[in-house]
Write a protein that binds this ligand. Structure first.
Ligand SMILES: *Cc1c(COP(=O)(O)O)cnc(C)c1O
Length: 396
């Protein structure tokens, strides 16, 4: 998955353009920039690639989620339904706009279970945020129907699945809003950065203002711009955007390489009856960033994961025990450890998350996710596959 494994002269050239003119800021300085508007260019390319009308790049994936939520008018006391398996950024973004993250069970897609989502809806619910973890997606058709029935926003966190598709559409473009991270380990990286896509002119118009202190971006004199509403600073720098441009151009090749290596691994593991694979919803195509497997039970998964580590099969994750990715370890969220006092609404709302999620536990305790690296050679991946098969057979 990490795009930095494919850095080359393309990234250097784009960055050099920025260093040559010295303008690191995406807005203004028009006479100095020799025509280089890297953040704008990245937005144009991202919208084109993701087949949406608009794209807004920002300083991180977390910022993209925050800007997306704010652009959809989600704020104080509103509830946003999100999965128990994700990255902490999902609930951070929700809390940062004053809304309440409501945890919800996952199923064998390893993201939101539509039935559990439906059961979590209250009169305060404003949005559903599926997270396409580890290269594959939620049952978006079912979630879209729920959103349509209840008048909710569908916000796709596609930070780990850029390049995947659903019903022929790029992941992130199916819902009302979609978000990507371009952080240091993501498929498309620019060091730190993120992007939000949408077909909504209203959301797009709010987003570009919100991520730049509320500036309306009208006219050529930044100092004279109006502020139709409050905003913050989630801008992406020109240097980061420059790297992103080169990286995004490679996306198709990156996905093809991931698919090739994923397929070699999967074909090797497929004959093992004890191994099953994460469910990919009908009409979904993974980005192949990870190969996600289920072992028959928790003990098997723990044993196999341990044996992988002992035998130097790196980059395989047992998320069930992971601080960043599974709700059980989010003590700071569950215990409401905040530097400042949460509003009463958030305090009350968060209480809803203090309950067991047995369906999530059942899937996550059996899951091992193997990162697909871009720097492997075909020989390395074949050896790796052979070794993994042997380890699983020896362990079970
Ligand atoms: C990486 C990631 C984010 C946050 O992105 P940053 O750019 O690191 O802020 C959000 N959600 C998921 C699922 C991620 O993997």
């Amino acid at each position: 998955m990490p795009g930095f494994e494919l850095f080359g002269t393309e990234e250097k050239k784009e960055v050099q353009d920025v260093l040559d003119n010295g303008v690191l800021m995406r807005y203004g300085f028009d006479s100095m920039r020799k025509g280089h508007y890297k953040a704008f260019e990245l937005e144009k390319n991202l919208a084109e690639k993701m087949q949406t009308k608009y794209a807004q790049v920002v300083s991180s994936g977390t910022a993209a989620l925050t800007v997306a939520l704010a652009s959809a008018g989600i704020g104080s006391g509103d509830e946003v339904i999100m999965p128990t398996f994700t990255f902490v950024a999902s609930f951070e973004a929700i809390l940062s706009v004053g809304a309440v993250p409501i945890l919800c069970d996952i199923d064998d897609t390893l993201t939101l279970a539509p039935k559990a989502v439906e059961a979590s809806i209250t009169e305060k619910t404003k949005a559903i945020m599926p997270v396409h973890m580890c290269g594959s997606m939620a049952d978006l058709k079912a979630l879209k129907k729920i959103c349509d029935d209840h008048n909710l926003i569908l916000l796709e966190d596609a930070c780990q699945a850029i390049g995947g598709t659903y019903e022929g559409k790029p992941l992130g473009s199916y819902g009302d809003l979609g978000c990507f991270s371009f952080d240091f380990v993501k498929t498309v990286t620019c060091g730190e950065g993120g992007g939000m896509i949408t077909d909504s002119e209203i959301f797009a118009n709010r987003a570009h203002k919100y991520q730049d202190h509320g500036h309306d971006h009208i006219g050529t004199d930044r100092g004279a711009e109006a502020h139709p509403f409050l905003g913050y600073n989630y801008r992406l720098s020109e240097l980061n955007a420059a790297v992103g441009i080169a990286q995004l151009r490679k996306l198709d090749d990156t996905i093809a390489l991931q698919k090739k290596y994923y397929t070699i691994l999967r074909d090797a593991l497929e004959p093992i009856t004890e191994v099953s694979f994460r469910k990919v919803p009908e009409n979904g195509v993974e980005s192949y960033a990870f190969l996600n497997i289920f072992l028959p039970d928790e003990n098997n998964a723990r044993d196999v994961h341990k044996a992988f580590s002992e035998n130097k099969i790196d980059a395989c994750f047992y998320w069930y025990d992971n601080n960043w990715h599974y709700y059980k370890k989010w003590e700071h969220l569950l215990e409401q450890k905040s530097l400042t006092k949460f509003s009463n609404e958030i305090q009350e709302g968060l209480q809803k998350n203090k309950k067991p999620f047995p369906a999530s536990d059942a899937w996550m305790s059996r899951t091992i996710s193997c990162l697909i690296k871009l720097s492997w050679t075909e020989e390395e991946i074949s050896k790796r596959a052979e070794k993994m098969v042997q380890i699983i057979k020896d362990t079970l």
